[in-house]
Design a protein around this ligand. Structure first.
Ligand code: SF4
Length: 453
């Protein structure tokens, strides 16, 4: 495979043909132009959905390009998280230091916006010039009386995954700082970022089951709820790549157990509800969960059967941030007759990739921390009809002349839960079957929707 750099050969595997464990969990290879983002971006996507906090980026203005809208997390209340603030460091600050500028900017913003907490993100240049951001945050906290939390995230320190860890450490500084009485059967939802309002669908399911949701970390997040997150009986963790570490910190210090779930696709969504009911050993809760699943699934099956009939024979390429999401997508696509021929992630673990290998059909390409050259080659080689990914995968798909489904940053329709499954089927159908692919250079497989030229 000439399009794969020698040093990356072990990060690609083929299901059913390759017995070795995929090499992963490592820094990206210099020069490979990885699809991964930097440490700062990783921390920012996790923390920004805390809607009543101030988020200030200490660095040059370019880093602030990672604004709210690269992952449009919705809020049911305050929307301070949608404002992007930067200290806009200039040459003079780099030479003489930017601490005073940071202190003055943060103080002015806190006084103006009255947030419940402030997160101060450090970027590459701050890591180089060595501003004492911890000290500035302590002074700001003393002055304003709100938690002012440094997020030590210089981009060069590692990968996006390291940014997740930094964000978990920042959140953990809030956990346990307030005590509020909550019902015994309470959970925290970790790792749902409320894209297109998905969290609200989940809240409705849990409410119907009689489960109290304490803190949502961090979609539609609130500082006070996070401060009291240690009071919940269970952490239910989706997007485990970003939130497993926080769950571990909370288990070690406060004894809060956790479980890993996914809310994508019928099977995983139903398991998530059943697992929570099983955890509380509550027969009534389990009966409500069963009824909910029965009602939703009986509504969905006829609709999904129609999509399956139309889409059978189509092939999909999946490249997403977390491998757990990739696993759910493989199952959800199978439900509508679509075969996954490429499955990759930015942050998967060896266990995740082993699971993907077992789940996928023989010949599926499985890849860790990929880049545009590899992905383009794989898509052409496997003749995928549709690419499912995030904002950085869209141009790859469109340059090849392939339909694209955004399952991450830019979507406006919820794809989680049962109604999310229908939205997903609709989107895959509308994209893969569009007649426009008849006119693209690299047309998909010669089934309905696009002839090969
Ligand atoms: S790599 Fe460094 S300079 Fe680039 S966005 Fe990330 S923190 Fe900013």
């Amino acid at each position: 495979m000439g399009h794969i750099l020698d040093e990356r050969q072990m990060q690609v595997s083929v299901a059913g043909k390759d017995a070795r464990t995929i090499d992963c969990n490592k820094v990206s290879l210099a020069g490979s132009v990885s699809q991964r983002a930097c440490v700062f971006c990783g921390s920012r996507v996790v923390l920004y959905p805390i809607a009543d906090a101030l988020h200030l980026i200490h660095g040059p203005i370019g880093c602030a390009a990672y604004t709210w809208d690269i992952r449009g997390s919705l809020s049911s209340g305050p929307e301070l998280h949608r404002l992007s603030f930067s200290t806009d460091l200039q040459e003079r600050d780099v030479i003489f230091g930017g601490e005073t500028k940071l202190y003055n900017a943060a103080l002015e913003l806190i006084r103006k916006h009255n947030p419940k907490a402030a997160f101060i993100y450090t970027t590459c240049i701050v890591g180089v010039i060595g501003d004492d951001v911890e000290r500035a945050c302590r002074m700001l906290q003393d002055e304003t009386g709100i938690p002012v939390i440094p997020v030590q995230a210089p981009g060069f320190q590692g990968s996006k995954k390291d940014g997740y860890k930094v964000a978990c450490e920042a959140i953990f500084k809030l956990v346990g700082t307030k005590q509020k009485s909550i019902p015994a059967k309470s959970i925290n939802i970790l790792g749902d970022f409320n894209l297109a309002g998905e969290l609200w669908i989940l809240l409705d399911y849990y409410r119907k089951m009689g489960v109290h949701v304490n803190a949502t970390i961090t979609g539609d997040g609130r500082v006070d709820d996070i401060c009291n997150a240690h009071s919940a009986a269970l952490n239910v963790v989706q997007c485990s790549g970003s939130m497993n570490y926080l769950a571990k910190l909370m288990k070690d210090k406060y004894g809060v157990p956790s479980m890993r779930v996914s809310y994508f696709g019928i099977e995983d969504m139903s398991d998530a509800l059943y697992d929570v009911a099983r955890f509380f050993k509550d027969d009534e809760m389990m009966a409500k969960a069963r009824q909910l699943v029965k009602d939703e699934v009986s509504r969905l099956i006829p609709e999904l059967a129609w999509y399956k009939a139309q889409l059978t024979g189509k092939k999909a390429a999946i490249y997403v941030g977390g491998a757990f999401k990739a696993i759910s997508l493989v199952k959800a696509l199978r439900l509508i007759g679509v075969q996954s021929v490429i499955v990759g992630s930015q942050t998967g673990t060896p266990e995740d990739y082993e699971l993907i290998k077992k789940l996928c059909d023989e010949g599926t390409i499985i890849v860790d921390d990929s880049n545009p050259v590899e992905l383009s080659h794989f898509v052409k080689e496997k003749q995928a009809d549709i690419f499912i990914g995030g904002v950085k995968e869209r141009p790859i798909a469109h340059k090849i002349g392939l339909g694209f489904c955004d399952h991450n940053h830019e979507r406006k329709e919820p794809l989680a839960g049962y109604e999310g499954m229908i939205n997903f089927a609709k989107e895959i159908y509308a994209t893969a079957m569009s007649p426009v692919w008849k006119f693209t250079k690299t047309s998909p497989s010669p089934s309905k929707g696009g002839d090969v030229r």
